[in-house]
Design a protein around this ligand. Sequence first.
Ligand code: NDP
Ligand code: OXD
Length: 311
Amino acid sequence: MTLLFFSEVDRVDWWTGELNKAAPDIPVRAWPDVGDPADIRWALVWKPRHGLLASLPKLELILSMGAGVDHVFADPTLPAGVPVTRIVDPMMTAGITEYVLLHVLRYHRFLPVLEAQQRERVWKMRFDLHRLPAERRIGILGLGVMGADSAAKLAALGFAVAVWSRTEKTLPGVARFHGPAGLAPFLASTNILVCLLPLTPATEGILCAANFAHLPEGAFLINAGRGGHLVDDDLLAALDTGRIAHATLDVFHTEPLPVDHPFWAHQRITVTPHNAAISDPRSIVGQVIDNIRRLVAGRPLVNQVDTAQGY
Ligand code: NDP
Ligand code: OXD
C-alpha cells in the first residue's frame, strides 16, 4: 500500500519529506521511481502525465495537489470510478486573496498609469483618476472557497462587489448573479473582472469577445482561474479597442508561457507565473494523509470532487 507523488514543477524532496514526517507508516514513492505499479494505491498529483494513472492497476484514490482538478480530468485515459479529491487549504485561499487584493488595488489606484508617468518623468497630480472604493464594481466569477474569501475581503474594504456562480447563493453585502442568464447583467456593471472559476467544459473560453462586449469600456481583467478560461486573441483585440484597459494573468493555456507569446511584451498585460497561490506541503499534507486514512477505514472522503460537474 504505497502513495505515489507526481509533479514536474514542485520541489519533490520538500513534499516527500513532509509526507514522511506526517505519516511515517505510509510508504511514498516519487515519480519516476514508481517501482511495481501494483503497489500504488493512492496518487498525489499535479498535472499527471497522460496514461500514468491508468497504468496503476490497484489505484483507489487520486488526490489533486491543487484546488483545481482540471489537470486530472484532462487525461483522456483517466481510470473511471476512482474518486478524486482536491485541496481546500486556508494558506492557499489566503494566497489567492492577497493576489486579488494586490491587483484590484493596483487598478483601483491606477498604478499602471502612474508608472507610465514615472517612466516619462511627468509630475502630474491625477485628480481625474480619483475613485471611491464604493464607486468600483469588482465582479468575481466563481463563488467557491476562493471567490467567497476575496469577495468578503473586498467588501470589507468598501468596494462594490458582485459575484457569479453556477447555482444561486447567499452572501451578505454583495450582489449575486448565477447561471448563464445572470452573466450578461453581472458583466454589465463590472469595472474590475476577477476570474476564480474552475476550468470545466461549461467555463472554458468564458473570457471571450462576446462576454467582454458586456463589460463597460476600460474594464480591467484579473485571471487567476485557468488559462483555458481566456481566449487569448480576444483579449488582445479587447485591449486594442480599449474595452479592456489592462489585464493581469496568472494562468495560461500553455505553462510555462512560451517565450514568443505576445502576452510577455504587451504594455498592458501583467504576467505572473501561476503563483497566485502556492501549494505548500506544510499546510497540505495533513488533509492528504487524512483522506488516505479515511479511505482505508471506509469513512467518507473530504473535498471529494463531483466528477459529473468536473469541479
Ligand atoms: P470551488 O469549487 O470552491 O468553487 C468554484 C466556484 O465556481 C463555485 O462558486 C461554482 O458555482 C463556480 N462555478 C463552477 N462552474 C460554473 C459555471 N458553469 N457557471 C458559473 N459558476 C460556476 O473552487 P475554488 O474556489 O477552490 O477554486 C477555484 C479555481 O481557482 C480552481 O479550480 C483553480 O482553477 C483556481 N486556482 C488557481 C490558483 C492559482 O494559483 N492561480 C490556486 C488555486 C485555485 P457553485 O457555487 O454554484 O457550485
Ligand atoms: C490550484 C492551483 O489549483 O495552484 O491549486 O492552481
